[in-house]
Each structure stands twice: as structure tokens, then as C-alpha cells.
Design a protein around this ligand. Sequence first.
Ligand code: GAR
Length: 212
Amino acid sequence: MAEPVVESAAKRLVVLVSGSGTNLQALIDAIAETGPGAYGAEIVAVGADRGGIEGLARAERAGLPTFVCRVKDHATREEWDAALAEAVAAYEPDLVVSAGFMRIVGKEFLARFGGRFVNTHPALLPSFPGAHGVRDALAYGARVTGCTVHFVDDGVDTGPIIAQGVVEIRDEDDESALHERIKEVERRLLVDVVGRLARNGYRIEGRKVVIQ
Ligand code: GAR
């Protein structure tokens, strides 16, 4: 008689967004396709730093709980950071994924989620960190760029790298065309990395991330 399939518990993900949320959608679709047990993770909530964005609409269409934590609703940056940490903690995540979340988190957030806060960035770090990774690579005249999935530390896009994808820059590229091609690679990379972290477990040894 065949052994019953025992699926290990899916890890809990909170995904943070600020914009169109196509990386979030890739995670939603991958989990729907394989099932949370086989993928290794389920999205338990989607958070944003602003309302009225397509990323939140995608979450709502998928039936996921959402929350918004705006900087301007708090007296200081530290208070916003603590409120964001509290809102995320309420969903008891194993991993937090920044998928186009255009804010730098602070000390309180990192104290609670450091080592399990993953970001995706549209450049090959350590080149072109910051808010304009695509534009900066184009302006520099780089011939290749790409995307980097990494753990977040207290610098700007400086944390340990988990995986990278390479994209060639074409002569005719503008920022938007290049960003679209990067995002095609980025969505696949993020889905792959989050699934492997969740299913296999990992350890961070200095700058190296070892997925078991
Ligand atoms: C992604 O390319 C992500 O790397 C970038 O925003 C895009 C979000 O796309 N993030 C940053 O630039 C952070 N510095 P999406 O909203 O369609 O997923």
C-alpha cells in the first residue's frame, strides 16, 4: 500500500509592496499552481506603505489579508518602523519578502525580522543599489545588469546575496524596456529562491547564504 503523502507545514510569508506587484503575483500564482505544501510556503498577508496600488488589488483578488502602514501617519520614521514591524508581526511570518517595497526599514524592524527579511533588487548588487537600479545601470553604460535576491541588513541593498539573474543591456533599451526584461527574470528567480528557502531551510554564514 502506498504511504500517505505527509506534506510538511508551509512557511508563513508576509509580502511587502509599493507598486504594481507583479513579483507578488508570481508568488501567488506559483503557490496556487503547486499548492502551499509542495511549494513550501503560503502568503498570510500583503502589506504596503501606500493605498490604491495594483499590488494591494492583486492581493485582494487572491483573497489575501492586506494592511497599509504609511510613513506620513506617524510622527517619526522610528514610529513608522515600529508600527510596520508590529503590523507584520501580527501575522507571525517565517519569512518577510520585500517585492518592490520602496522603503528602507529601520532598527526595530530588523531587530525582529533580520535574517528572514528578503528583498529583490533590479540590478546586480553590489552595483547600482538604491531606488534607481535600472536607470543607474543604463546611465553608467553597463553591458549587463540583472536582479539580486538578498537578505536585508542595515545598509541600502548591502545584505548577503542569495541569488542573481543576468540580463543583457541592448543599445535600444530605455529604462522601462530594460526594467520589463529584468522583471521577467526577477519573478522566476524570486519564486525559485523563496520556495527553496522555505522548503530546505538555510543559514547565513557571514556574507554567504547556504540553502540546505
Ligand atoms: C522590481 O523590479 C523590484 O526589484 C524593484 O521594484 C520592482 C517592483 O516590481 N524594487 C526596487 O527597485 C527596490 N529598490 P513589481 O511591483 O511589479 O513587483
